[in-house]
Design a protein around this ligand. Structure first.
Ligand SMILES: Cc1cc2nc3c(=O)[nH]c(=O)nc-3n(C[C@H](O)[C@H](O)[C@H](O)COP(=O)(O)OP(=O)(O)OC[C@H]3O[C@@H](n4cnc5c(N)ncnc54)[C@H](O)[C@@H]3O)c2cc1C
Length: 442
């Protein structure tokens, strides 16, 4: 006997709040969708609607419409082709569920961000990425998706569709992504070595490492003269590795960081000493581990909130930019002292119109404050943004930045094409919010 389709759960009136509390918007309705039909019905009838992910973006790109679609029950794997390794999922699936499924089938994604609690819909819509190994943002691995357009019709966008490079990373303004098919790769293992390496050394060597290693990430430790370098080499699953574990005190890093950085709200200069203490306590050892890309390189627990910015610059301009970045952050003429870590990662050129790596290999540099609620007065964000804009850098769509359409337009060769497509697909601006109107200049 067929199961009767019930109406989705609806919350009438409320406030949507992002994971760290820095973005909040009231809504008239929040609909917990469970099927594509639920999305179609909601989009057809609403004047102003967006799909949320897990709300882990720092930029105000999630809510702000009267109707919100909550995908937490729209999270299943709906198809998997063992021959080609293509997996089809509902867009609300969290990365950790997807990766567990893929690993159980002997597959994985080519490149992973350092967070597994995000939804796939949210991750691809913002250009979420990992590092090296021919790395691209997750969006680049989308081979097909079903998109619910503003008029409620559904289109299947395939890899060879001229709109695919726009749809792949679209900040939710072209439509609601219903299902996503991703191209996967056979599961592989890495030997991962982590250690602190002096800035003078890693700056000299990193280009060579990009050729030698399958995984390279530099967790830069500002104000210490060191980076925590993570390098991985592909190995067979049965290759023996002499593992070296981290000392037990490392488990206290977040706790100690939180306590030290709380003082930097009033005394930004204290950051220099705090970072040196953190380096000495938690980044002076060496570890060797073996695991899958997911198992060995992705952080699994998120005990505290933080606020993030991240910028991308052409690989060829990185060395000059980095020298200026160190000068700016070290200068005693400003209060732009930066917390640990500043994450340096590497992406190959891709073809996605709003990707940070559109048609050029890039280096991405993160900037973080552990005091999320005081992010507005964290001067490092402003210094980093000004410097990257000066070097033609592009911001991570999901993270904090101030640049608006007039500056962004110059950074993306297909900006106008993207806006024309948006106008055609959503002429009434159903998927827009005040923040997105400013960002896109609509
Ligand atoms: C601790 C932490 C670590 C992080 N690490 C990384 C990292 O390593 N690399 C990296 O690149 N980023 C990283 N990020 C950023 C993160 O990946 C993005 O913010 C991501 O978008 C969050 O996913 P989400 O499910 O929370 O999406 P949300 O923040 O909820 O949504 C993001 C956007 O996607 C839209 N959206 C969501 N689902 C759909 C859909 N189905 N159809 C259309 N639009 C949709 C939303 O409306 C919104 O505009 C990190 C963030 C945090 C907090």
């Amino acid at each position: 006997m067929g199961q009767a389709q019930t109406e989705p759960a609806v919350e009438d009136g409320g406030t949507w709040v992002s994971w760290n509390g820095n973005c909040a918007h009231s809504f008239d309705q929040k609909i917990k969708i469970r099927s594509e039909e639920d999305i179609v019905r909601a989009v057809s009838t609403a004047q102003s609607v967006r799909m949320t992910g897990h709300g882990q973006s720092s930029a105000d790109i999630v809510a702000g419409t009267s109707v919100l679609l909550d995908p937490s029950d729209y999270d299943r794997v709906t198809g998997f082709d063992l021959e080609s390794g293509e997996v089809t999922v509902q867009s609300g699936i969290r990365l950790k569920e997807l990766l567990r499924f893929l690993e159980s089938e002997g597959w994985t994604l080519p490149c992973l961000p350092d967070i597994d609690t995000v939804t796939l819909g949210g991750a691809i819509s913002t250009g979420t990425h990992g590092t090296t190994g021919g790395a691209h943002p997750l969006a680049e691995y989308v081979v097909e998706c079903r998109l619910v357009k503003a008029d409620g019709s559904v289109v299947t966008v395939r890899e060879d569709d001229p709109a695919m490079p726009a749809v792949r990373c679209a900040l939710g303004v072209l439509g609601v992504i219903s299902t996503i098919t991703l191209r996967c790769v056979p599961l592989y293992h890495l030997r991962v070595e982590e250690e602190a390496i002096a800035d003078v050394v890693w700056k000299r060597e990193y280009r060579q490492w990009l050729n030698e290693y399958d995984f390279v990430r530099i967790i830069w430790l500002p104000h210490t003269g060191y980076g925590w370098v993570v390098r991985g080499t592909r190995i067979q699953a049965d290759t023996p590795v002499d593992e070296v574990a981290a000392p037990s005190r490392v488990s206290k890093r977040r706790e100690v960081s939180r306590a030290l950085y709380a003082k930097t709200i009033r005394y930004p200069r204290f950051t220099r000493l705090a970072n040196r203490i953190l380096k000495w306590l938690f980044f002076s050892h060496r570890t060797v581990a073996k695991g899958t890309l997911y198992g060995a390189t992705v952080t699994k627990s998120r005990g505290s909130t933080l606020e993030l910015a991240e910028w991308t610059v052409d690989l060829d301009r990185f060395d000059d930019l980095f020298a200026e970045l160190v000068d700016g952050l070290e200068s005693r003429d400003n209060n732009a002292y930066a917390h640990i870590p500043m994450d340096i990662r590497f992406l190959d050129a891709d073809q996605t119109w709003l990707s940070n790596a559109y048609q050029r290999p890039v280096v991405t540099v993160g900037c973080v404050t552990r005091n999320a609620e005081h992010a507005d007065s964290y001067e490092a964000f402003e210094l980093v943004e000004n410097l990257f804009l000066k070097h033609g850098g592009r911001p991570h769509w999901a993270k904090r930045f101030e640049a608006q359409a007039v500056q962004l337009k110059e950074l993306y060769p297909r900006w106008d094409d993207f806006l024309s497509l948006r106008e055609t697909m959503d002429p009434s601006g159903k998927f827009l919010t005040p923040y997105l109107r400013g960002l896109l200049g609509v």
